[in-house]
Design a protein. Structure first.
Length: 717
């Protein structure tokens, strides 16, 4: 069924917006007329796009924007229509209270980008200045949503009205800004890059360069075979290739290099190729002309697709130049600083040149997400990014739109944004904030705690301290190594979300090669697969204290209950008044595991710091004669309390004092959102002691990587 739209002023703007709504989004035939008599006699779906309704149908009052032929700042006031944000309200009595066509035209013509705006350092229009961001619908395909609401309004009055919308389409696109990290860039750039690595102490980069130059390692940006396998189910994928001359923002491989030409042929055999006009091409006709010609010459085919490098669009110049040079589709419509819908739609549209008040023969295909935006601008973890992407995909799918994502070969390479940071460069505030927010945060990982247990430690950090990995380092006989410090049972990688095995491996691979021996205990949330190392499964016991003391004590095994009863019968009493100095002396006198003076000094520092900040408590057990016979220090943080240090003398062992002490602690801490971590053990009797309180066994991984010279390896088995 055809839709007839009656309007008193049929302008190019009116025709453009109406056809986009009905033909492009809804897939319906539409005819626009200025004949009142034709509208009056029409028997089908009628939209009266005028001040007064012609007859029964859908009435929309037009906004002045649609009859103007100038570009002036418009008054924008937001409101809710059918639970959707809207603007350009024209009549509360009309069937559609706002001018849906004017709002659509404003967004897809990019009207606001012709006005004065505050550009970023690359002279781009930024998302925060957009009507979509200010109206809170940047992450909504709002025009498409309006269109389907309009369809619903029409079917209420014309139940037989049907549409044939397009089907949802996913189009992955890859920007090749820099085809190779090290190779094929000429001798001069290779030497300068190598010298820069040395001068800035980026020895990991220097080593990678040398290995690639000697053909001992594949160039990290050479991900093409892997990408082809990933994209085999999406033959509609598009690769945009940067071929502009080398400059500050254009650092690609020269199109004259035979390896670059081979790469273009390799990609072109499987996928569509578009030009990625260089940084300064947005207003330069000749520059774009040469770059398009270079690709066309190599591929022996016309180039019809384009995306601007750095998304630098200057309206309408950039698009008019592209049309004159034969480009038919552009994929630049999106923001670099935010995800979402720059033009308010996920449906491709023909570009409207506001300067000329005419359409151009150029289809604009908006994109919604980009790897750089998700990782660097929004600082999301891979898991968070995936969740946001899927949320946008569902929105696009709901309106049968086209979802376009941007990826870069350097991001796909797995060359991580992980940074190795030396101790004096670590931002303690950001570090501790990460531990506080981490799903697996634990007291061992706080900066102050690491300072107490280690003489020196560095770190691997990603996404501006979204993910952190402490490295406790030492040096002996000139050999650098990483070790697990005393009083820190588990470290590893900390993040607000669970880190997958690939990311864990990437972090371990990012540990500088100067460390010839690694011994690291990962936390219980880290599940590492590392074929080149030896992984031992170690044990800890944990007890959730959320239940009542009655429920918790009911889970004690028979042996534990019997020992508690014996201890109480022998007159053992527990209090929390033992001074730290006395605890350390008692610990020293009753060592099970050998500790030296330095170890006890570290323990003393931890306890003092924790007690002072009300994070720790010392429990002490006394015999009937009031003689100290057992003591334990518990440290709390982030939903967990750790049984960090304990000691019993012979009297305490005989009167089972530690059973009563721990029972008292469980009683005091019951019905709390704490988990008691006993810290192991692999010793059978000690493990049985912990399990007797109802604690659950958990495994954590201990990684050993031995890269010592062959003649030293036997000493570190």
């Amino acid at each position: 069924m055809e839709v007839l739209v009656y309007t008193q002023r049929l302008t190019p703007r009116v025709d453009y917006a109406i056809r986009f709504i009905f033909e492009d989004i809804l897939g319906s035939r539409v005819r626009i007329t200025s004949s009142y008599s034709e509208a009056k006699l029409h028997c089908g779906v009628l939209i009266s796009y005028c001040r007064l309704k012609v007859k029964e149908g859908i009435h929309i009052v037009p906004h002045n924007l649609m009859i103007e032929d100038s570009i002036v700042r418009q008054k924008i006031e937001f409101f809710k229509w059918e639970e959707l944000p809207a603007f350009f309200k024209t009549s509360k009595d009309a069937d559609i209270s706002f001018d849906i066509f004017a709002a659509t035209f404003f967004l897809i013509s990019r009207y606001e980008e012709y006005l004065l705006f505050d550009p970023d350092k690359h002279n781009r229009f930024t998302s925060d200045q957009s009507v979509a961001a200010q109206g809170g619908f940047l992450e909504e395909p709002i025009i498409d949503q309006w269109a389907y609401k309009l369809f619903g309004k029409i079917t209420e009055k014309f139940p037989s009205f049907e549409i044939i919308p397009s089907k949802f389409e996913f189009v992955p696109t890859i920007d090749v800004d820099n085809a190779f990290a090290y190779q094929n860039k000429g001798l001069g750039r290779a030497i300068l890059g190598t010298l820069r690595s040395i001068a800035t102490l980026q020895f990991h980069d220097f080593i990678n360069r040398m290995l690639v130059y000697m053909n001992l390692r594949k160039d990290p940006y050479d991900i093409y075979e892997k990408a082809f396998l990933i994209l085999k189910d999406w033959p509609n994928a598009i690769w945009f290739i940067l071929v502009g001359k080398y400059s500050r923002y254009d650092r690609g491989v020269s199109i004259q290099h035979y390896e670059m030409q081979n790469l273009l042929h390799l990609i072109g055999e499987k996928f569509r190729i578009g030009v990625h006009p260089s940084y300064r091409s947005g207003t330069s006709f000749d520059r774009v002309k040469n770059e398009i010609a270079d690709i066309a010459r190599i591929m022996k085919a016309n180039v019809r697709l384009s995306r601007q490098h750095y998304l630098r669009i200057f309206l309408p110049t950039t698009y008019t130049n592209l049309v004159l040079l034969g480009i038919r589709e552009d994929y630049s419509m999106g923001y670099s600083d935010k995800i979402g819908f720059r033009a308010g739609t996920c449906t491709p549209f023909i570009f409207y040149n506001l300067k000329e008040e005419a359409i151009l023969n150029l289809k604009i295909i908006p994109f919604q997400t980009m790897d750089f935006t998700l990782c660097h601008q929004m600082k999301l973890t891979p898991e968070e990014a995936l969740e946001i992407i899927m949320k946008l995909v569902r929105k696009v799918h709901a309106v049968n739109g086209t979802f376009v994502s941007i990826w870069h070969n350097d991001y796909m390479s797995g060359v991580s944004p992980i940074q190795y940071i030396s101790h004096n460069e670590i931002d303690y505030i950001k570090w501790d904030d990460c531990i506080n927010r981490s799903l697996n945060g634990i007291v061992y990982a706080y900066s102050w705690y690491l300072d107490f247990v280690a003489d020196d430690w560095d770190a691997l950090v990603a996404d501006d301290y979204k993910v952190v990995f402490p490295l406790i380092k030492g040096k002996k006989y000139g050999i650098n190594y990483i070790y697990q410090p005393l009083f820190a049972q588990q470290l590893g990688i900390f993040s607000p979300v669970i880190v997958n095995t690939e990311t864990l491996k990437l972090f371990v691979d990012s540990i500088p090669r100067k460390y010839r021996h690694l011994e690291i205990s990962f936390n219980t949330f880290n599940n590492l697969v590392y074929p080149t190392g030896k992984i031992q499964n170690r044990v800890t016991y944990q007890l959730d204290l959320v239940q009542s003391y009655f429920a918790l004590s009911s889970s004690y095994n028979e042996n534990t209950r019997r020992n508690i009863s014996k201890s109480i019968a022998m007159g053992v009493k527990v209090d929390k008044k033992l001074p730290i100095k006395d605890f350390i002396e008692f610990k020293w006198e009753n060592l099970i595991v050998e500790l030296n003076d330095n170890d006890l000094y570290r323990l003393n520092s931890i306890i003092n710091h924790a007690v002072e900040r009300k994070m720790g408590e010392i429990y002490a057990a006394y015999s009937e004669e009031n003689e100290l016979c057992a003591a334990a220090f518990f440290i709390r943080s982030i939903g967990k309390v750790i049984y960090l240090a304990a000691a019993s003398n012979e009297l305490g062992k005989n009167n089972r004092a530690m059973f009563t002490l721990i029972d008292r602690f469980i009683n005091d801490s019951s019905e709390s959102h704490l988990v008691l971590d006993f810290e192991g053990s692999s010793v059978e009797n000690i493990a049985r002691f912990y399990a007797g309180f109802g604690a659950t066994r958990y495994n954590y991984q201990h990684l050993i990587v031995n890269c010592l010279p062959w003649y030293l390896k036997p000493f570190k088995r």
